[in-house]
Design a protein around this ligand. Structure first.
Ligand code: FAD
Ligand code: SF4
Length: 448
């Protein structure tokens, strides 16, 4: 298998912004007022609610006294993904949800203040970190998304040599390719990745482990390997007509939209199947690309949607339509989609969490020209089996130190996400990257 040459600085592609960003940055005056509202609570609940445990009171205090560089350092020390997290964290459920002002419904705007401080160092080209004394040890990171970048950043601070193997052209995973640009800009995602590269991380871009370089090569050439490859594409619906043109995987759809690549004619009516955060991004993206009607179809009810509440509210504001308790059974068309046949569903009334069942004879047809599947993500089972690490239902098995079942191999991020155990979020991936880095450092400790 060939090994590609490492890349240097990351190229910034020209990409469309798909309309106004959802969140505008705070003005200087708003920042002053907001920062001075903070009560600097003892044992601050916001800090405990943040998965990366940023010392929120400390960074807000530094903003209030004009020490923006110091503030950004507090944030980025605890969270190497602090720039993207400031924009995409579900703050209502995390730091802001725990703010003592929440009972009056006016929590401190922690995410926006974090963005202000980190944007200060971003806009002024300020470098905050330097690599540690060389340890002589080498670590390979498979996947340059949030989890891989976070691990790589801290491993460099510990002095280890790090090489990231990334299948795509650019770093920062779904921050760069998945989250819609009106929630997270390319330049923010790439700046964040560049901060890690600047610490002397070697990057092998366009190098897929298992295809271009084998996992065994990594385990022979490196002292430790971290698997941080995320999840795969959206699974098929498993119904007739899925191969027609006009049927999209939501991740491909959003990625093409982000990169400004052609998606053909979306037509007047776009159907998105699924009700999670990816579905919301696909829905709002299709709307901003000019589709007249965009409808979400979900086989359960409104209260069982997995999208965050604020995402759902945003989709409503963007003019998205919603149809609950219905499932697609057939996609119809000659060459291209022209309609989808649905059937109504219901949840059986008996106790316990039940799967929806189809109601016989309740079929109906919707005229649509584009169908987007957004029903979750598959697991990268081939990568894990090539790595010789155990999985449970496709999720990599790890202990509390995020060690896999194979000695010398760790895992972090979405590849260890399992419902009811962890969340698939950028801030979780950032924290797991830190945990892995500490665990690997302890393992390599003898070399210090
Ligand atoms: C549409 C969408 C919207 C989202 N919105 C939010 C949000 O608002 N807030 C939030 O907190 N989270 C959001 N998330 C979730 C968040 O993006 C993920 O939890 C996070 O990116 C996980 O980071 P990761 O590093 O584990 O995986 P990824 O970001 O998926 O990165 C994995 C990297 O590994 C690379 N890779 C895969 N296989 C290989 C291989 N064999 N060899 C080399 N490289 C490989 C991939 O190319 C990728 O760059 C969203 C996700 C999606 C899909
Ligand atoms: S990283 Fe996210 S959860 Fe943590 S303080 Fe910042 S915005 Fe809140």
């Amino acid at each position: 298998m060939a090994t590609l040459e490492p890349v240097g600085a990351l190229a910034l592609p020209e990409v469309p912004q798909l309309g106004e960003p959802i969140h505008k940055p705070l003005s200087d005056l708003e920042v002053k007022l907001e920062a001075n509202r903070c009560l600097y609570c003892y044992d601050a609940p916001c800090m405990r609610a943040c998965p990366t445990h940023i010392d929120v009171a400390s960074f807000i205090g530094k903003i209030a006294t004009g020490n923006l560089k110091g503030s950004a350092r507090v944030i980025l020390e605890a969270n190497p993904l602090g720039a993207s997290c400031a924009r995409v964290c579900p703050t209502e459920e995390l730091c802001e949800g725990a703010c003592v002002y929440k009972k009056d419904d006016t929590p401190i705007r922690i995410g926006d203040l974090q963005r202000y401080a980190v944007d200060y160092v971003r806009n002024n080209g300020i470098d905050l970190f330097t690599p540690g004394r060389p340890s002589g040890r080498r670590v390979a990171v498979v996947g340059g998304g949030p989890a891989g970048l976070s691990a790589a950043r801290d491993l460099r601070l510990f002095g280890h040599a790090v090489t990231i193997f990334e299948a795509r052209e650019q770093l920062n995973g779904l921050n760069t390719y998945g989250i819609v640009p009106f929630r997270l800009d390319y330049d923010v995602a790439l700046w964040e990745a560049q901060q890690v590269v600047n610490l002397g991380v070697e990057v092998r871009a366009k190098t897929q482990i298992g295809v271009d370089v084998s996992f065994e090569t990594l385990s022979q050439d490196f002292d430790a390997v971290i698997v941080a490859c995320g999840m795969g594409n959206v699974p098929k619906l498993g119904i007739p007509g899925e191969n027609l043109s006009g049927v999209w995987d939501a991740l491909d759809f959003i990625q093409r939209a982000k990169l400004g690549k052609s998606l053909g004619n979306l037509g007047n009516h776009v159907a998105v199947i699924g009700a999670g955060n990816t579905a919301i991004d696909a829905l709002t993206c299709a709307k901003r690309l000019g589709a007249e009607r965009v409808t979400m179809y979900y086989r359960r009810g409104e209260d069982q949607m997995t999208a965050y509440e604020f995402e759902y509210e945003f989709a409503k504001q963007e003019g998205i339509e919603f149809r609950f308790f219905c499932a697609p059974v057939k996609i119809v068309g000659e060459g291209h989609v022209s309609a989808v046949e649905f059937v109504r569903t219901e949840i059986p009334k008996s106790a316990g969490k039940q799967s929806p069942i189809q109601v016989a004879g309740s079929e109906f047809v919707e005229m649509v020209e584009t169908v987007i599947r957004a029903i979750g993500q598959t697991r990268l089972r081939d990568v894990f089996s090539a790595a010789g690490i155990e999985t449970v239902d496709g999720v990599v098995k790890v202990d509390e130190q995020l060690r896999t079942t194979r000695e010398g191999v760790w895992a972090a991020g979405d590849c260890i996400f399992a419902k009811g155990m962890r969340e698939a979020m950028v801030v979780e991936a950032a924290e797991q990257g830190k945990i892995v880095a500490r665990s690997v450092d302890a393992f390599l400790g003898a070399a210090h």
